[in-house]
Design a protein around this ligand. Structure first.
Ligand code: SF4
Length: 412
């Protein structure tokens, strides 16, 4: 499947084409407007925009695109680091980035986005069969360094860009232990109105005293996104590849309820979980009635989901009736339910109103057939990982005003 992806991505990771005077790694805030340049800014210089010498004295580094004719002059004029990137690289005023000694650039915060996520660790204590971002070994990660990087990032975000919602993700964020509490506290200190969306497997939240402290640091602005993959331990523990995980996650969910942390219960829809979906819906409705909402989530075809495709992949078209029945169960019990990551054309009509535009802008893509679809503005589209080889569905077809023209088939 051909998909089109926006170039301006949050998780920008690009290699500089050339570097001058860069002797040490940098972490800093991008300035583009001359009047926004402050001490320690990393200035992103557009080609026709000269930098006055007075401003140059204070900045930490200058990034310019390779079509900038002033690069040679600039490098002779100053000892500050100059980093040359492709003209496709886009930065916004207020972005927070790191530049390694070798010129690798990572964007940690994108000022112009509403979907900012802080990746606090790449280590996890689960090993889910469909994990889109398989964890790294614990030995490769220094949690103290991660914590400091996140705290510095938070400190660099301008007040005017400080987001209404900030996602904390991993790996498993609770593996930072005290470090996570410090990060939550730092966000709350900056803005007590910011909703902190913590994506966690919930196992460590079975530690009652930890969850109590987490709730206290979060000042009731904490929404824990916790996955549950089955109504019995055998299913959940198999999906997360960890014995005992179900019991810990359940204890974590109850502790969240006890200490007033809102819960978004996440069910990833795959070949294993959809088989028992209505049983899971009954279990949740009877035992976890306190959750704020349920997110039924289409799977992202990356990482282990690609590797284990045979075992976990199912075309969402095949479970659309099961999805309708499951939503009906939650409706009967008065539980708020949303459907994430599933395009409108592959769910039943009664499911469409529950579908959300859930795919973050930095990893959202579309099929060419979507151009003619009248529901495109309400649809979530695809993860950019959907490709000809790792397609999502054989049943993508645009909605058109004339129903006769519907069901142009493609994909596969
Ligand atoms: S064809 Fe329409 S409904 Fe289907 S994925 Fe594209 S925009 Fe969404």
């Amino acid at each position: 499947m051909n998909t089109q992806l926006t170039e301006d991505t949050l998780f920008l990771s690009t290699q500089a084409e050339n570097i001058w005077h860069l002797n040490t790694a940098l972490l800093g805030k991008v300035a583009i407007e001359l009047n926004e340049i402050a001490a320690d800014s990393i200035v992103f210089l557009s080609p026709g925009n000269p930098l006055p010498e007075s401003a140059l004295r204070h900045v930490r580094a200058v990034i310019c695109t390779h079509d900038n004719l002033n690069i040679e002059t600039l490098s002779a004029q100053t000892e500050i680091p100059i980093i040359v990137v492709s003209e496709k690289t886009i930065f916004s005023q207020g972005d927070v980035i790191t530049i390694s000694e070798r010129g690798r650039i990572h964007r940690l915060f994108r000022a112009s986005s509403r979907n900012n996520a802080l990746l606090v660790t790449e280590v996890c204590n689960n090993l889910c069969v469909m994990c889109p971002q398989p964890p790294k070994p614990e030995s490769e990660i220094n949690h103290g360094d991660n914590e400091q990087r996140i705290l510095k990032t938070l400190a660099l975000i301008d007040d005017k860009h400080f987001p209404e919602t900030l996602c904390i993700t991993g790996g498993e964020p609770t593996m930072l232990n005290e470090g996570l509490l410090n990060i939550i506290e730092a966000i709350s200190d900056r803005n007590q109105q910011t909703l902190i969306h913590l994506l966690t497997n919930g196992r460590y939240l079975s530690q009652e005293s930890y969850t109590a402290r987490l709730a206290q640091k979060g000042h009731h602005q904490l929404l824990a996104g916790i996955p549950l993959f089955g109504h019995v331990s055998e299913i959940h523990d198999y999906v997360v590849q960890c014995e005992g995980a179900f019991n810990q996650t359940m204890a974590g969910l109850l502790n969240c309820y006890r200490y007033g942390i809102d819960i978004e219960l996440r069910v990833v829809l795959n070949k294993i979980t959809v088989k028992y979906l209505s049983a899971l819906a009954e279990f949740i409705s009877r035992n976890l009635f306190f959750v704020k909402h349920i997110a039924l989530m289409g799977m992202e075809n990356m990482g282990y989901a690609k590797l284990n495709r045979e075992a976990v992949f199912i075309d969402p078209w095949e479970y659309k009736d099961m999805l309708s029945d499951t939503i009906e169960i939650f409706q009967l019990y008065g539980i708020d339910v949303r459907v994430f990551n599933l395009p409108l054309c592959i769910v039943n009509e009664d499911t469409q109103t529950y579908c959300k535009q859930s795919i973050s802008d930095f990893k959202n893509s579309w099929s060419p057939v979507c151009n003619s679809c009248v529901k495109r503005d309400a649809c979530c589209g695809f993860f950019s990982s959907s490709t000809d080889k790792f397609w999502l569905s054989n049943h993508i077809s645009p909605f058109v005003t004339n129903p006769e023209k519907k069901h142009l088939s493609f994909g596969g």
